[in-house]
Design a protein around this ligand. Structure first.
Ligand code: SF4
Ligand code: SF4
Length: 296
C-alpha cells in the first residue's frame, strides 16, 4: 500500500483499446467518491468528455526530449551530421542540410560532432497538461501533440503535477492507455491495483495476458473484469479458466448494455440495470480486496 499518502491508487487498463476502460473509470470515480483522478491516455484522452467539469483548467505546455536545428549561415555543408544521424532525421536538399523535427530523437550526436557549431538545441512543445481543480475534486488530463513522442514522460508529468497539489483522497483513479508501452508503464508505476478490463475476444485475451505480466513485473496487483461477457460466452469461460489457472484475481463479468455509452455521454446511469447490479457487486469485491490488502 501507498503508506506515505494513505490512499489506494487504482489504474484501469486492458492491454488493448475499446474494452470500456473510460466507462469503468468514470463509474469507479463516482462510486468510490474519488477526489483525485487522472486520464493518462495522453494520445487519445476522453475522460474529460464524460467528467462534466465546469471550471477552466490550468494548462501547461510540456517539453519532451530536446530537438535540434541547423543554423544555415553557420553551416559549412560538410555533411557530417547527415552521415552520423542514426534516425535519418537530417535531410539533404541541394547541399543544404535541415533536421526533420518529427524524426529527430534528440540524441545530440550531430550537435556534438558538428565542426562549425552550427547545430543548436531548440525547445519544442510536445503536448499539454490540464488540471481541473473543482471544489474538493482534482482532475488531471494531458494530450500529446500530433507526431510528438514522449507520451510516457507526459504521463509522469501529469501524475507529478497532480501529486504536488497534495489533495487528500481515499481512492485515486487513473484511466490508463491501451497497450503495454511507455505510457502504460508510467501509468502503472506506484499504483496499488491494476483493474484490467478485458472483453471476450481472442485479441482481448492475448492483450490481457501481456498486461497481466506488465502489472506483475511492476509489482501492482492485477484484478480482472470481463466486459460485454455475454457477447461470447465460450471465450468468457476460456478467460475465466486462464485467470483461475494462473492465480489471477477475477472480480466478475459485465453484460453488454447498449445504453451505457449513451447514458455515459448524455444522461445519468440506470442504477437498476443488470449492468449496474453486476458493477456494484464488482466494486464491493474490489473494496473487500483493498481492505484485506490494507490489513497485511
Ligand atoms: S555537421 Fe554542421 S557544418 Fe556539417 S553539414 Fe551538418 S550542420 Fe552543416
Ligand atoms: S539530435 Fe540525434 S536524432 Fe536528432 S538530428 Fe541530431 S543526430 Fe539525428
Amino acid at each position: 500500500m501507498n503508506k506515505e499518502i494513505n490512499k489506494t491508487t487504482i489504474v484501469v487498463l486492458s492491454g488493448k483499446g475499446g474494452t470500456g476502460k473510460t466507462t469503468i473509470s468514470n463509474i469507479l470515480i463516482e462510486k468510490l467518491q474519488s477526489k483525485v483522478f487522472i486520464d493518462c491516455d495522453v494520445d487519445a484522452p476522453n475522460l474529460h468528455l464524460v467528467q462534466k467539469t465546469n471550471v477552466k483548467p490550468i494548462e501547461r505546455g510540456f517539453v519532451g526530449l530536446p530537438k535540434y536545428q541547423i543554423v544555415q549561415n553557420l553551416c559549412i555543408n560538410c555533411g557530417k551530421c547527415y552521415s552520423l544521424c542514426a534516425y535519418q532525421a537530417i535531410n539533404k536538399t541541394n547541399d543544404t542540410y535541415t533536421i526533420d523535427p518529427y524524426r529527430c530523437e534528440g540524441c545530440s550526436l550531430c550537435c556534438v560532432k558538428c565542426p562549425a557549431d552550427a547545430i543548436k538545441q531548440v525547445e519544442q512543445i510536445d503536448g499539454h497538461t490540464y488540471i481541473y481543480n473543482q471544489q474538493d475534486k482534482l482532475f488531471g488530463t494531458a494530450q500529446t501533440n500530433i507526431g510528438a513522442g514522449n507520451s510516457g514522460k507526459l504521463v509522469t508529468e501529469i501524475r507529478n503535477q497532480i501529486r504536488d497539489e497534495n489533495v487528500k483522497t481515499e481512492f485515486e483513479i487513473i484511466d490508463g492507455p491501451p497497450g503495454i508501452g511507455c505510457p502504460v508503464i508510467a501509468s502503472i508505476t506506484n499504483t496499488n491495483f491494476a483493474l484490467l478490463v478485458t472483453e471476450p475476444s481472442l485479441s482481448g485475451l492475448s492483450d490481457l495476458k501481456r498486461i497481466i505480466q506488465t502489472a506483475l513485473i511492476l509489482k501492482t496487483i492485477p484484478v480482472v473484469i470481463i466486459n460485454r461477457a455475454d457477447l461470447n460466452i465460450k471465450l468468457s469461460a476460456v478467460i475465466e479458466k486462464y485467470l483461475k489457472d494462473n492465480g489471477i484475481i477475477y472480480l466478475g463479468k459485465l453484460p453488454y448494455d447498449k445504453n451505457i455509452i449513451r447514458k455515459n455521454n448524455l444522461e445519468p446511469y440506470d442504477e437498476e440495470s443488470i449492468f449496474f447490479k453486476k458493477m456494484n457487486e464488482i466494486i464491493k469485491k474490489l473494496i473487500e480486496l483493498i481492505n484485506k490488502e490494507k490489513e497485511i
